[in-house]
Design a protein around this ligand. Sequence first.
Ligand code: HEC
Ligand code: HEC
Ligand code: HEC
Ligand code: HEC
Ligand code: HEC
Ligand code: HEC
Length: 420
Amino acid sequence: MFQDRTILKKILPALLIGGLLLVGSAHAQDAATGKALFQTNCATCHAIHKTVQGPALAHVEDRWPDKKELHAWIRNNAQVLASGFEYAVNLKKEYNNVAMNVFASFTDKDIDDILAYIRSEQDKEPAPAPGVQPGTPTGGGGSNNSLLFGIMTMVLAVVALILLQVNSNLRKLTDDKEGVRRGEPVPFYRNKAYIALIVLVLFLLGGYYLVQGAIGLGRQQGYQPVQPIFYSHKVHAGVNQISCLYCHSFATTGKHANIPSVNVCMNCHMNINQYSGTAGPLYREDGTEVNGTAEIEKLYAYAGWDAKTKTYTGKGKPVEWIRIHNLPDHVFFSHAQHTNAGKVQCQTCHGPIQQMDEVHQFAPLSMGWCVNCHRTTKVQFASNGFYSIYERFHKDMNDHKIDSVTVQMIGGTECQKCHY
Ligand code: HEC
Ligand code: HEC
Ligand code: HEC
Ligand code: HEC
Ligand code: HEC
Ligand code: HEC
């Protein structure tokens, strides 16, 4: 009996820790759902630590005089404004009467999840710019979860070991009672079966992480290097609505979309020599403010342009933009095929570029990403000259045997289409 108690003492803390971890992961789950909701619905206008179109949302719950009103605001801000709620009315004035979207279909749980996500992020340091050292890819998300699962697995393994010990102790007790004699028991850390098990587990874990790491080599979703000039797509493609093709003119005709040369910039910047703030103040990812006019002067230095005399000095040099998107050499990818024949929007692959001050890599650029899109995307088959060669599909469509053609059906998942 005495022995059983000490064993209980050993097991209980382990069980407690396991339980706590489970509860912790349930909270993390709320924040995770909240994060997904936030990113699809709010991230275009809000960030946690910096002002985008709307206010930074860190500690928003402390700012609001009334939690119910905050809920009501997120679901339908128009209603709260109509009710004359003073805090909200003032806030809207402060933000130049920009209207926030209405999310009438949100449940209370949705809103709580989003708030849980904000709470979970607000005390963290704002993420440092991932590309401070050019060339360092940022790790993808998800590692937090695997760490949690790892710890839980370890805890469960420890519990299992302890239970095995209990079992063998109990057997020893009954053996003693019945007078059965046995050799001195081997302690578990010298027991061959345990050692073999542990080696096997370590081998499998090690192998798994090695393969994951190897596949992820060179992948860099989220990569956002600091560029030589703080050139904002939000200012140009967003607020000033300059077409993507004005600068990336080969994106519909060539394999590569080109990065514009300084001449293209100077078409406009011979005359535009200061940033008057049409798109509001500009911030780097780390929160420091950028002086747009000083950035235009950097452009002049690269272009070799003397703004006073309005002449070129001839001492220009090309801007060394840091490349963000980069497929491995063994992959063939053509922009023209996608933007022209496939009619895929730039934003489908590059995300809301026109809202980014600094470009980051939006898509993983993994093989799964390409192939999944090819499986599910229907090509715009009807009256698209590129597809006139697929007579059989046209016939089947006319005969109503099929109602659409996916990229996969025209061979978009064959290895040699993408691999040299
Ligand atoms: C179209 C842009 C836009 C979208 C999308 C948007 N908001 Fe807003 N939000 C704003 C603006 C702008 C304000 C400031 C008040 C105003 O001008 O109406 C604001 C204010 C707020 C406030 C009050 C902040 C404070 O400092 O008190 C909260 C909370 C908020 N938004 C939450 C959300 C959530 C949650 C979502 C997503 C479900 C969301 N917003 C989506 C633009 C947006
Ligand atoms: C006024 C010129 C200009 C316009 C307009 C413009 N861009 Fe850019 N774009 C640039 C420059 C310069 C860079 C390189 C610096 C950088 O990455 O921010 C760039 C970089 C990019 C990159 C990252 C390239 C890399 O290194 O992998 C993408 C993707 C991109 N632009 C897409 C777009 C899309 C989509 C639009 C339209 C919504 C657009 N651009 C409009 C000038 C422009
Ligand atoms: C079609 C015209 C046009 C072209 C081409 C153009 N810009 Fe601009 N640029 C603008 C306008 C308009 C503004 C905003 C001026 C303001 O708000 O006062 C601006 C602002 C800027 C600013 C200050 C704001 C910011 O983004 O940091 C910089 C720096 C800049 N441009 C760099 C460039 C570079 C580099 C290129 C070439 C890749 C370029 N621009 C091409 C029209 C252009
Ligand atoms: C089907 C997805 C897809 C679409 C649509 C797409 N891109 Fe890209 N883009 C990519 C990929 C993948 C790369 C990396 C290419 C590489 O490394 O060879 C890339 C790279 C770029 C680059 C860096 C230079 C280069 O070509 O490597 C720019 C600039 C760019 N894209 C702009 C655009 C613009 C502008 C549009 C819209 C007209 C567009 N992209 C549409 C997937 C896409
Ligand atoms: C957003 C969806 C989307 C993504 C992501 C995407 N593609 Fe495509 N892809 C298409 C569409 C649509 C077509 C059909 C265009 C055509 O007929 O040429 C296509 C066609 C192709 C073709 C020509 C296939 C054929 O049978 O002629 C190749 C090669 C290709 N894509 C490579 C890639 C690679 C490599 C990637 C990833 C780096 C990628 N694609 C990512 C939508 C996508
Ligand atoms: C739609 C385009 C596409 C098709 C079809 C495709 N791949 Fe890939 N593949 C890619 C891309 C993009 C990468 C690079 C992924 C990265 O950088 O992580 C890749 C990477 C790989 C790699 C390197 C390992 C890795 O995951 O990075 C191997 C091996 C590979 N592909 C084999 C194949 C085989 C075999 C097939 C035919 C069954 C095939 N691929 C079909 C786009 C494609």
